[in-house]
Design a protein around this ligand. Sequence first.
Ligand SMILES: NC(=O)c1ccc[n+]([C@@H]2O[C@H](COP(=O)([O-])OP(=O)(O)OC[C@H]3O[C@@H](n4cnc5c(N)ncnc54)[C@H](OP(=O)(O)O)[C@@H]3O)[C@@H](O)[C@H]2O)c1
Length: 333
Amino acid sequence: MARAPTRAARRKAAPPTKAPKGADRPTPPGLPLGRSGRFHPPYGLGLWALGRWTKEDEARTRSSLDRALERNVPWLDTAEVYGTGRSERMLGDVLALRAEGAPRPFLTTKVSWEHLRAAQVRASIQGSLQRLGRSSVDVYLVHAPDPHVPIAETMGAMEELWKAGKIGAIGVSNFTVPQLEAAQAALKEAEIVVNQIRFNLLDRAEATPIARYCREHRIVLEAYTPLARGLLTGRYLGREKPSAEVRRYAHSMFEADRFAELQGTARKLRDLADEAKVPLPSIALHWLARQGVAPVFGASRPEQVDAVVEAWAIRPADAVLDRAEAIAGGRVA
Ligand SMILES: NC(=O)c1ccc[n+]([C@@H]2O[C@H](COP(=O)([O-])OP(=O)(O)OC[C@H]3O[C@@H](n4cnc5c(N)ncnc54)[C@H](OP(=O)(O)O)[C@@H]3O)[C@@H](O)[C@H]2O)c1
């Protein structure tokens, strides 16, 4: 009677199973946050409702936030200036209602460019922590530089807050390379771990050298407006026109001549997405992520959060992202 093969023999006889490419590499928990040994989540939701903050806008932003928490969006970004504190307060209220043990999102908030004197920085963090209902935030960012306040004064105050444990790390936003260098030089022990700037497939000329610098200096680059205010979801390519408000807050992107050119590029990207059978926002977000950049998207409705979370889960092939790069760089007719 034939004996059943031993387990070792079975293993030897079995054809080698080929793991899908990359399957043996664990997904990193995010981007290394300076020398801290901690990680920055790879993407997140921003809680700015343009300049509006009407009751309806606030209710819609709140339902987007609820949906983002349900769907475990790992990072939430706000600022003291968003709705003059309303965004932080709303976030604090929502987090306070979370069940014990629910995953804690990574939190970033910002001190206004109008509050960069040392005493103002100290007062601003107190206000933010109070509204957020927290004893600290993961990263506290200088929202934008103020040429009238010496960067050393602001950074000295930020370092004090870091030493006191009120902020987990120091970040900046809308800083150029020379401004980043000056900010880092002003710190004695702490490091700049984040710079948040506008960066997307359609608006990348100014951001590209900053992105290179941040990569070389292990600074996490957070990209705001990653969906070009909806243009990179395929919106505004048909009959829908951007509202005056969207145009106002989209900087030069939606100005007449430039907008027509960007629409042309967005159409090519949409055709690429259709051909590759992936959502256009997957290309927009993963084009950034592939460069080690963390996109922070906006959403004024829960359905937009769903669409972005689902798009994030689809990583287009490198060849598709290479083609997107060529289209955005004007190298495809
Ligand atoms: N540091 C800074 O100076 C700075 C400046 C700007 C922004 N930020 C941060 O970055 C975050 C995101 O900025 P952003 O709002 O400009 O980013 P964005 O992601 O490029 O644009 C968000 C807008 O795109 C539209 N949208 C999103 N998903 C959509 C979908 N699936 N289908 C159709 N339309 C969709 C929505 O427009 P509608 O609401 O019009 O429908 C949404 O409000 C802000 O909340 C803020 O936290 C920082």
